[in-house]
Design a protein. Structure first.
Length: 416
């Protein structure tokens, strides 16, 4: 089902086409809506990659760690990847024993390592220092790996470049090579992890990274049990999936290593929509402004990247323009200017698309505005509300902890 809906739908009016009928079924906005049909289409690509052999696919839960989603997709992937103890706990609650759980983070805390070693079967440390100090604390379940920095940049914006100068993400390749040649801690690892791409629709950067790693670590790569290629690949848009499959086959045959990679955004981003309602409209310096019952605090990457989100059904030839503004007191709480076939009116609904990843997980209740509810749309277009927030959630977030609460979490209670 390719959902195509009007950019605005007056409350109480008939949807302009059948696929938009679910909008009226949402009782209140703002709401995040996830389309199970689009999710199934993305997982078909995952199935194709897995069935080609030689690779295992992990869902990176940082994109959207909602348990309702994790339960739906765990049978379609080989496991999850996580970046913290809390993510590991949540993933472990959902995963069955046959699936894998990988973790890497710059923020390993020594007191958490024993539990991480019990929860995760693959742990990639972020520095040689971490590897030497913390690996002995893991126990005997987890396979030990090292996150590396291949020192090849493919991004113009250093904010999102894992290989930027002085990067905190991974051990520089030259340091890994030096440690391995000297018989240091790099000789003790079973796997390598590298994540050097961001929103890539091409596998050329990955090809270059693999060639570079092979050149710098020719002996080490052939002693590995596994390699994790990280995420950042938008395989839904990649024109040549065969390029990825060829790289996987190369690593399998030449390195003799099991290949993992961990998409997040590629699986969930285009499945998610933010539905909002117009709650006010007015003219400001000759331009129309429509205030919504949501804000950029519900889509933080809009403000972070200073880009406008996609609006479903926007008319490039529309004669009526309006700036869509959020409802908070932040002057920059703006989604952008959009074109419509008719003037927006109060109670019209607008729908932002491809916002399924890194939205709710980064969202805040700035100004005390509630977080959007979460709905799933089934293949028949019927919505089911799976999560709702209320004042109790807000109050709990901003109320002091009781003495009992302060001793409930064993990690929090442990001394440094």
């Amino acid at each position: 089902m390719n959902i195509s809906i009007s950019p605005s739908l007056r409350a109480g009016s008939k949807p302009w086409m059948d696929h938009g009928a679910w909008i009226e079924s949402i009782p209140a906005t703002p709401a995040f809506v996830y389309d199970e049909e689009r999710l199934a289409q993305n997982l078909e690509v995952v199935k194709r990659i897995r069935s080609a052999g030689g690779s295992r696919v992990l869902y990176s839960i940082k994109a959207f760690p909602f348990t309702g989603l994790l339960k739906r997709i765990q049978g379609e992937v080989d496991g999850f990847s996580v970046s913290s103890l809390f993510e590991a706990r949540l993933a472990h609650e959902v995963l069955d024993a046959r699936r894998s759980l990988h973790i890497t983070t710059p923020g390993f805390v020594p007191r958490e390592i024993p539990e991480i070693g019990r929860l995760c079967d693959h742990v990639s440390f972020n520095s040689l220092n971490q590897l030497e100090r913390l690996a002995p604390l893991l126990g005997d379940k987890a396979s030990t790996g090292l996150r590396i920095n291949p020192q090849l940049s493919f991004l113009d914006d250093p904010r999102y470049d894992p290989c930027r100068p002085h990067s905190k993400l991974g051990v520089p390749l030259n340091q890994v090579a030096q440690s391995y040649r000297a018989g240091g801690v790099a000789t003790r690892i079973s796997g390598l992890h590298f994540h050097t791409h961001f929103g890539s629709t091409s596998y050329a950067p990955l090809q270059a990274s693999i060639r570079h790693i092979e050149t710098q670590l020719p002996q080490l790569v052939r002693k590995l049990e596994w390699v994790n290629l990280g995420g950042g690949y938008l395989f839904r848009e990649a024109g040549d999936l065969q390029a990825l499959l060829a790289l996987i086959e190369h690593i399998n045959s030449d390195w003799g290593a099991q290949v993992y990679f961990e998409p997040g955004k590629a699986i969930v981003d285009n499945t998610g929509f933010l539905v909002a309602s117009v709650i006010d409209r007015f003219e400001s310096d000759g331009k129309q402004v429509a205030v919504l019952d949501t804000s950029v605090n519900h889509l933080p990457e809009v403000f972070e990247y200073q880009t406008s989100p996609k609006l479903l059904g926007e008319r490039s030839d529309g004669c009526h323009k309006a700036t869509l503004a959020g409802c908070t007191c932040l002057s920059g709480d703006l989604f952008g200017e959009f074109r419509f076939a008719r003037p927006l009116e109060i109670d019209d609904r607008v729908v932002f698309e491809s916002v399924g990843a890194y939205s709710l997980i980064k969202a805040s209740r700035f100004n005390g505005y509630n977080l959007p509810s979460i709905y799933f749309i089934d293949r028949q277009g019927e919505p089911t509300r799976l999560k709702h927030y209320d004042y109790d959630d807000y109050r709990r977030q901003w109320s002091e902890s009781s003495p009992l609460d302060r001793h409930r979490d064993p990690v929090r209670a442990d001394p440094d």
